[in-house]
Design a protein around this ligand. Structure first.
Ligand SMILES: [Zn+2]
Length: 333
């Protein structure tokens, strides 16, 4: 209800020279984007200065800062297992065996279709959080991903899992943005269904907020046409203390309630453009048991393994400097 705006605060909100130019650049990019389909969003406050254990419970308060405590030192979290030096430039999902991170022997885990090594036991295996029938409504690339080099306050300064810069990410982005092809036209025609990436329990729901927020040329920023900038969202808790978050949902579309158990692939809501969102898209965010942001994608800037069930579905183009592909909308067996 009274959740604060999803607007960036702190360094990004301050109109210092750097932030301003970053904002302006970002705004310019947003516009090109609004035309070409890329989006921008801010779904969590800026990282807090010190690494501090985050209480997952802190994320559940209805009115608290979104993302409350977690988020301490995302850089550390993101750097986690992803020792740089693993085959820079290795395309996730490229030739089988070409696993980024240099999997010993180059062989992917048995049973995986994308040639990537298996994630450690206990880590989630995620389906693309879009209903399989609606994946065609989503833009295959770019996926605007997690920033593995947060800080600096310049919107266009970032590094995604594949070492790519803006628009594959933007500064301090803590999730993966999946863009609705056709923007508001597609949204108005029924939009795409957002589904649970894994089985879990609903821990937070926001709905009813204005869902036509968009890029604004005059301010070079996002506007919600005078309404509060608050994202409609669903949070799910998963086994092992992991959490997924689904933001910017279409108003009135959330169909689950707090406490409800959902199966992987179960519909949660529709893609919208509520909150700090320049065009209709889903911000999908993954956090581990310590509340740290994690990037489900494998890559030289991320970790050698993928947290998707299948990061590079058959027929999808491998990630390159300019392309990427949506992971499979398939639940773990
Ligand atoms: Zn996002």
């Amino acid at each position: 209800m009274s959740a604060p705006a999803e607007r960036p605060r702190g360094p990004r909100a301050a109109l210092s020279g750097a932030a301003l130019s970053g904002a302006a650049l970002f705004g310019a990019a947003l516009f090109g984007a609004a035309l070409s389909g890329a989006v921008g969003c801010d779904d969590a406050p800026p990282p807090l200065p010190a690494a501090r254990p985050a209480s997952p419970a802190g994320t559940q308060g209805g009115g608290g800062a979104p993302g409350g405590a977690p988020g301490g030192a995302p850089g550390g979290a993101l750097g986690g297992a992803g020792a740089p030096g693993g085959a820079p430039g290795g395309a996730p999902g490229g030739a089988p065996g070409g696993a980024p991170g240099g999997a010993p022997g180059g062989a992917g885990a048995p049973g995986r279709l994308d040639g990537l090594p298996d994630a450690p036991a206990g880590a989630p295996q995620l389906a693309l959080p879009i209903a399989p029938e609606d994946v065609a409504l989503m833009r295959p690339h770019p996926i605007i991903g997690v920033d593995h080099e947060p800080g600096g306050g310049v919107r266009t300064q970032c590094r995604d899992h594949h070492e790519r810069a803006f628009p594959f990410c933007y500064d301090e982005h803590e999730g993966s943005d999946l863009i609705l092809e056709g923007g508001f036209v597609t949204m108005d025609a029924g939009s795409a269904r957002v589904v649970a990436a894994a089985a879990g329990r609903v821990t937070r729901v926001e709905d009813g907020h204005y869902d036509r927020c968009h890029a604004d040329l005059l301010s070079a920023d996002v506007t919600c046409d005078g309404r509060p900038v608050v994202a409609n969202r669903v949070h799910l808790a998963h086994a092992g203390g992991w959490e997924t978050r689904y933001l910017h949902l279409r108003a009135g579309s959330v169909r689950v309630r707090v406490g409800q158990e959902v199966a992987c692939g179960e519909a949660l809501a529709l893609v919208g453009s509520s909150g700090y969102s320049s065009a209709p898209h889903l911000h999908f965010e993954l956090r581990d048991d310590l509340g740290r942001v994690r990037d489900p994608f494998a890559g030289p800037a991320s970790q050698p393994y993928s947290l998707w069930v299948d990061e590079a579905p058959a027929g999808a183009p491998p990630a390159t400097a300019t392309t990427s592909a949506l992971p499979a909308a398939r639940c773990a067996p």
